[in-house]
Each structure stands twice: as structure tokens, then as C-alpha cells.
Design a protein around this ligand. Structure first.
Ligand code: GAP
Length: 485
């Protein structure tokens, strides 16, 4: 059975729209770039991923609790965190097309082109140069020099007519309250959910009876005014993060960091992602963010190349110390066992929900040839599938419809299911294959006497005849024992 894998995001974008997973925001007005809406299937998939994450990060641990902090936060938070000063991307404008680019990404694309041409030596040399570009202060000048020396042209207009490279702060600013509009009223849309956890660290310590080591988890929206955002839900201006900050005794941070890195990689595998498409990419020491003692990406092999889906960071005591300094409130913890005071170190796990949705869709997508015909199928892990079962009367006739409706009512107690009686049975199967529905239950005349139905499995299209009363159990067992093929 030949299988086609993806070489671009196009098929996922088109399937997402046609099946109702993901739509462009405000499409009727021509769309809003880098912002997307989730449709009926997308919202179910997203919620299933959220629940799986929440369970893995809170429910199964007795020392990790959740919070749901507001998007608006005191502006001082972002001064303390370093975002006002340093949350920038280097941008450059093509004076002819007036299009804006990220200077570092232009160079990366140029390196890829060199590799395509077989000039690996030059590509390696430039990569090395890019890796050692200066500190934040010298960064713009260094990137500009590379673009000039290499005569890198604008990808859209082909022109070599660039502005200087400038730093561009990615935080969205707005004004708070209705009265005046001056700098004193400036408020930001949070660019990460993590700070909502740090500023609640004391509240959680005082109320949740937790002791170091303990974690705080949160799922929520984040906003970044990305310079370049042209890769569907991979890079958005409004997106969702699932973050967990694990507060530990200094000195145990390296061990905890290694532990969480492995735990998080395993979580991605448990979502049904093929292990060959996942890898850990540690950040080189000289490329670490100002707050990090160590960091690694968990990367997925998207059709656009290996890219970060999750970041694991050893943030030391940077954030709590900063908030202690800026707020004047003590962030120390008194360790009863050790009889000493310290500011805990933090190991952070931070995964993008939308990037996870995209990874799950890309990994599940298959085009298969079946008896000379082709089918598109999403082989999603059944626990993530938006619809768990399609329920069909073989034809639009009683008493088939009545039994099918009864099965629908029973299954609805536990699962999201879909009753469908329109079109040929083959077409109904194909529709559910494209939606990633792992099971289809068909009620036919043969089963009326002994109360049996057929259950058809999405992945291998095999069918079993089972008792109508046992379907919930069969589906539950199949979900538990499913493995990626
Ligand atoms: N608190 C740490 C933090 O925010 P990050 O590496 O900037 O770290 C974490 O972001 C994750 O958030 C990324 O691994 C990615 O999955 C997701 N993410 C970041 N920017 C994004 C964007 N513009 N669109 C979609 N997801 C994004």
C-alpha cells in the first residue's frame, strides 16, 4: 500500500480548511495574517491535546498544580522579565518592495541555498559566522555585514536595496483604561504565559501546601508581533502556550532539567508522533538566552524542516530574583528539611499548542492507494481524534436508523461521535478517514436479529462484527492499545 508523506504544508493547509480544522482569521474580510481560527474538528483536536497535556503535567503528579493567570499584567512584570529591553528580533526592510524580513532568517535561507548548490564549505563557514554573531548590542551590525558581504537579495523583489538592520520589540502594546493615552497607561499583551506563573509563585506557596520541588502549570494565550509569520500555525501573532515551571533547590536543577527533557520527549511520543520525526537539539552555550543556564528544543521534522515545538529551559533563579528586585517582595523559600532559605531555581517546559496541533496533523497525514483508488487519511492517535466514531445505518431506512441512533446516544455519554446517513457507505468512510475518525460503526440488516454491528478500523480498514452492546468497550480497548504504524 504506497504511502505519500508531506513535502510542504500546502496539503495540511488545504485539508484543515476543507474539513474544518483551521481557518484563516476574519477570512470574509480578506483574512488577518498570522492569526487563525479553529473550526469544529480543530477545536476538538486542540482540546484533546490540552487535556492530554494537563493530565500528564498536573493530574498524575501530586506536586504540580495549575493556575490560569490574566493576559494583562502589571507593566513592571515585563521590565523585570527583560522583555521590554530585550525581547527583540533583528529586522531589515527591502526598500523597493517595502517588505520586512528577519535578518537572521534571510541568512539562514541563503545558507540553505548554498547547500542545495552543493557549496557546503561556504555554507558551514556562514553558519559558523551566524552562530557567533555578536551580543544583542552588536547583533544588528554583524547581521548587516553578512547580508552586505554575501550580497543577499530580497526573496520577493530580487533587489539588493536594504535598510539598516534594526531591533524590533515583539510585544503588542495597548493603553489601559479610558481616560488618557500616554506612556503611563501602556500595557502589553503577554508574550509568554510563564510570567503569570512567576508572579503567582508566592500565592501558590501560601495556599496550595506545596513544598519545593513543586510545579505550576498553565495553558493560555500569548501574543508576539512576529516580523515574519508565513508558516500557517507554526508562527502566529496570537497563539497558545502550555507551560510548566518546576521550582527546585539550587544544585538539583541540572538533574531535574535532564529528567524533564526526557519526560517531555516521551510525552510527544505518547501523542502518537513517530519517534524518527522527533529529536532533541540542545542550545550551544554561547547562544543561551540571558536567563538560561541550559536550554534545548524538542524539534519535530515539519515539512518546512526540523523546527522547535517545545523548549526546555533551566532558568536558574533569574525570574524570581528579578521579581524580588522589581516588586520589593521577598521570593525566598524556607526549606524545612534543610533548614535554609533560598530562591528556588526553575526548570521550565514550554510547548506551543498550535505547533503541537500542526505536528500532530503533519505526522498523521497519509495518502494511500487502496484497490487502485486513493484515500487521504489522518492516522491520529485515537485519544486525540476529534470524532471517536462515525455511526451509520447502512441505508436510510428503519429499523436501521433507530438502532444507529440508539448506539449514538449510548456512545455520546463517553465520546464525541457523529451520526451520518448521507451518501454511499464508501463515501462516508472516506469522509471520516480525512477527519481522522478511528472507528466507524455500521448498522446493517444482517445484525438486526442478533443485535450485532460492524466496526471498521480507520488504519487498516479491517472490519469486525461485534455485539452492539459492546461497542463502548471495544473502542475503549482499542484506544488503550493503539500504537503508531
Ligand atoms: N516561556 C518560554 C518561552 O516562551 P519560547 O521558546 O519563546 O519560550 C515556547 O516559546 C514555545 O511557544 C515554542 O517552543 C513554540 O512552540 C511556541 N511559540 C513561540 N512563538 C510562537 C509563535 N509565534 N507562534 C506559535 N507558537 C509559538
Amino acid at each position: 500500500m504506497p504511502v505519500t508523506h508531506l513535502d510542504s504544508l500546502d496539503k495540511i493547509v488545504s485539508l484543515s480548511k476543507s474539513r474544518g480544522f483551521i481557518f484563516q482569521s476574519s477570512e470574509v474580510y480578506g483574512g488577518l495574517s498570522a492569526v487563525y481560527d479553529y473550526g469544529p474538528l480543530g477545536v476538538e483536536l486542540k482540546r484533546n491535546i490540552q487535556s492530554a497535556w494537563w493530565k500528564a503535567m498536573t493530574q498524575v503528579h501530586d506536586n504540580i498544580v495549575g493556575v490560569d493567570a490574566a493576559i494583562f499584567m502589571h507593566p513592571k512584570v515585563w521590565e523585570a522579565s527583560g522583555h521590554v529591553e530585550g525581547f527583540n528580533d533583528p529586522m531589515i526592510d527591502d526598500k523597493q518592495s517595502k517588505k520586512r524580513y528577519r535578518a537572521d532568517m534571510l541568512i539562514e535561507q541563503h545558507i540553505l541555498k548554498l547547500r542545495d548548490k552543493g557549496d557546503d564549505e561556504k555554507a558551514d563557514e556562514l553558519q559558523q559566522q551566524l552562530n557567533t554573531t555578536g551580543t544583542r548590542k552588536g547583533l544588528c551590525e554583524d547581521l548587516y555585514d553578512i547580508i552586505m558581504t554575501e550580497e543577499i537579495r530580497s526573496p520577493d523583489s530580487g533587489a539588493f536595496d536594504w535598510t539598516e538592520v534594526r531591533q524590533f520589540n515583539l510585544m503588542f502594546k495597548t493603553h489601559y483604561g479610558a481616560v488618557t493615552k500616554d506612556e503611563d497607561d501602556v500595557i502589553y499583551l503577554r508574550p509568554e504565559t510563564a510570567q503569570g506563573i512567576f508572579v503567582n509563585y508566592k500565592n501558590v506557596l501560601d495556599t496550595a501546601r506545596v513544598q519545593v520541588p513543586f510545579g505550576i502549570a498553565q495553558i493560555g494565550k500569548a501574543f508576539r508581533n512576529e516580523v515574519v509569520a508565513r508558516q500557517f500555525v507554526f508562527r502566529m501573532r496570537e497563539f497558545e502556550q502550555m507551560e510548566m515551571q518546576y521550582f527546585v533547590e539550587p544544585g538539583t536543577d541540572e538533574e531535574e532539567y535532564d529528567k524533564w527533557l526526557q519526560a517531555r520527549l516521551n510525552w510527544h511520543k505518547s501523542m502518537g508522533i513517530r519517534p524518527d520525526n522527533l529529536r532533541i537539539a540542545p542550545h550551544p552555550k554561547d547562544k543561551l538566552a540571558h536567563y538560561a543556564r541550559a536550554a534545548a528544543d524538542i524539534q519535530y521534522k515539519y515539512p518546512i524542516g526540523w523546527q522547535e515545538v517545545e523548549g526546555i529551559h533551566n532558568r536558574s533563579d533569574f525570574d524570581l530574583s528579578q521579581h524580588q528586585e522589581y516588586s520589593g517582595k521577598k521570593m525566598e523559600y524556607f526549606d524545612q528539611k534543610l533548614q535554609k532559605r533560598y530562591i528556588p531555581y526553575v526548570v521550565e517546559t514550554s510547548v506551543g499548542l498550535d505547533r503541537t496541533v500542526l505536528m500532530v496533523l503533519c505526522d498523521a497525514y497519509r495518502e494511500e492507494e487502496v484497490d487502485g483508488d486513493s484515500r487521504t487519511v489522518l492516522k491520529l492517535h485515537p485519544k486525540l481524534a476529534p470524532t471517536k466514531a462515525g455511526i451509520f445505518p447502512l441505508i436510510k431506512k428503519e429499523p436501521l436508523q433507530e438502532l444507529a441512533r440508539k448506539i449514538e446516544t449510548d456512545l455520546k455519554e463517553e465520546y464525541t461521535v457523529l451520526y451520518d446517513e448521507s451518501g454511499s457507505i464508501g463515501k462516508r468512510y472516506r469522509r471520516q478517514d480525512e477527519a481522522g475518525t478511528p472507528f466507524c460503526v455500521t448498522v446493517d440488516f444482517d445484525g438486526l436479529d442478533d443485535n450485532t454491528v460492524t466496526i471498521r478500523y480507520r488504519d487498516d480498514m479491517k472490519q469486525d462484527r461485534v455485539s452492539a452492546d459492546k461497542i463502548t468497550d471495544v473502542i475503549r480497548d482499542e484506544i488503550k492499545s493503539w500504537s503508531v504504524k
